[in-house]
Design a protein around this ligand. Structure first.
Ligand SMILES: Cc1cc2nc3c(=O)[nH]c(=O)nc-3n(C[C@H](O)[C@H](O)[C@H](O)COP(=O)(O)OP(=O)(O)OC[C@H]3O[C@@H](n4cnc5c(N)ncnc54)[C@H](O)[C@@H]3O)c2cc1C
Length: 409
């Protein structure tokens, strides 16, 4: 029996496993000849991109619903180390170390929120990086009305105005008002702070739209500031400014899983391993990588972005290619010649840009409809339990951009 082991069941890992199972089925390889095994810390696939929303009930897809119909084996555990010479992964399963050998390995362990050593950040700041993190924030917000009166009781500061910080800040005024109720007598305050000179600067042609949408929702923009410390009741900025806030949310960017450090390759500034167009690591035989922990030149020139937009196709191709590599079949290069960004702006709508220079393509309700289609349909695996549906979705093809698809419907 030969074995393809996938580490992680996020967007990249889930689709790697399904891509591999699909190709094995196409080649009519029996499961007692080659098996696909997924190792993941939790028993579900988290639709992580929705963690700025509430409620999140529908964002956890049980892995059994998607993997069992296509005969992919699941192991719930954490991969702690990889022995490249013996082709073994060490898995922590409920505190017990176990080793599993592989013939092909697909690293898809994703990324984590970067938490620099800013005093108080780990103790007092919330985040929406994971499902449990987002749940903890919501629990805290729900008990704000019961806290004793204080200057910052209904103030939330979101620190970091990348895409996640903007999406979260745009959701918060309406969410907080819903929690506080009281006919608006207790005004809520949402502040979005960032080091950059203007909020949303990286969003190219969409930047003025973002500013307009945030202003329209009463969000206070605080560009050009740096976080010095977080306390139980607020933040301190460089230069001495203090802001009273019972809630601080850190959205300071992502870094690849530390498992990437196990490979003898030069990591990029995000901690990612470089892969070739077939998703293979250079000079590490038998190892592929996909998603946030890998860097591919996605159109032959530009590095992939840590995103589910790139993670899903990287996974489908990595799974397909791992099977082809194992069985001596020709592999397929991944090449995506389009790039879009769709940013949720809360009840105001959304903004949709096209191209690497982020040209404004659509905004408001129109873009919001596209965002809903992406978040609630496009990025989900089929949940019908049908082998045929799952294999169809796992084919190594590059989807059309979402806006084009919606217009064609
Ligand atoms: C709030 C938020 C909003 C976002 N919005 C967007 C968006 O609009 N569009 C977009 O394209 N992207 C967005 N992203 C980014 C996107 O979520 C990530 O790029 C994507 O999740 C990466 O997929 P992945 O499979 O590589 O990693 P992950 O989703 O991080 O999955 C990794 C999986 O591996 C598991 N794992 C990790 N380490 C181990 C280990 N050692 N052993 C076993 N299992 C392990 C984890 O538990 C997890 O299940 C957003 C992210 C956040 C947090």
């Amino acid at each position: 029996m030969e074995r393809i082991v996938v580490v992680g069941a996020g967007f990249a890992g889930l689709w790697s496993a399904l891509g591999a199972a699909r190709k094995l089925d196409e080649l009519r390889v029996p499961t007692d000849q080659v098996e696909v095994v997924v190792i993941n810390g939790t028993p579900y696939h988290s639709v992580r991109v929705r963690n700025y929303e509430q409620p999140l009930d529908d964002t956890l897809v049980p892995l059994s619903d998607v993997l069992d119909p296509v005969d992919v084996r699941r192991i719930r555990g954490i991969v702690c180390s990889i022995d490249l010479s013996k082709r073994l992964v060490e898995i922590d399963i409920d505190g017990q170390a176990q080793w599993l050998d592989y013939d092909r390995l697909i690293l898809a362990a994703g990324s984590e929120l970067v938490r620099p050593g800013i005093p108080g950040l780990r103790e007092f700041a919330f985040d929406v990086d994971t499902f449990p993190g987002a749940g903890k924030l919501q629990e805290h917000l729900l008990q704000l009305p019961d806290l004793p009166e204080s200057a910052g009781r209904l103030t939330v500061v979101v620190v970091g105005a990348g895409l996640t910080g903007i999406e979260l800040a745009a959701e918060l005024p309406a969410r907080l008002r819903g929690i506080v109720g009281n006919g608006g007598r207790d005004p809520v305050r949402v502040i979005l702070a960032d080091r950059s000179a203007r909020i949303g600067l990286a969003m190219g042609g969409a930047q003025p739209v973002i500013e307009e949408a945030l202003n329209a929702q009463g969000i206070e923009l605080l560009p050009g500031v740096s976080l010095e410390a977080v306390t139980r009741d607020g933040i301190l900025l460089t230069g001495g400014t203090r802001i009273d806030a019972a809630t601080v949310v850190w959205c300071g960017g992502m870094r690849a899983s530390s498992l990437t450090g196990q490979f003898p390759v030069t990591l990029d500034p995000f901690g990612r391993v470089p892969v070739d167009s077939f998703l293979r690591l250079d000079n590490v035989p038998g190892v592929f990588a996909a998603g946030d922990c890998a860097r591919i030149l996605i159109d032959g020139e530009r590095p992939s972005v840590m995103s589910c937009q790139h993670g899903r196709p990287m996974g489908r191709y990595a799974g397909h290619n791992a099977v082809c590599d194992l069985l001596g079949q020709p592999m397929l290069p991944l090449h995506i010649d389009w790039y879009t960004t769709i940013l949720d702006l809360g009840p105001w709508g959304a903004v949709y840009t096209e191209g690497w220079d982020r040209r404004l393509a659509s905004q408001g309700d129109d873009a919001k409809q596209t965002k809903r289609t992406i978040n609630c349909e496009r990025i989900y695996p089929p949940r019908t339990g049908s082998r045929e549906d799952i294999f169809k979705a796992a084919a190594p093809v590059v989807q059309a951009p979402p806006y084009t698809v919606r217009q064609a419907l």
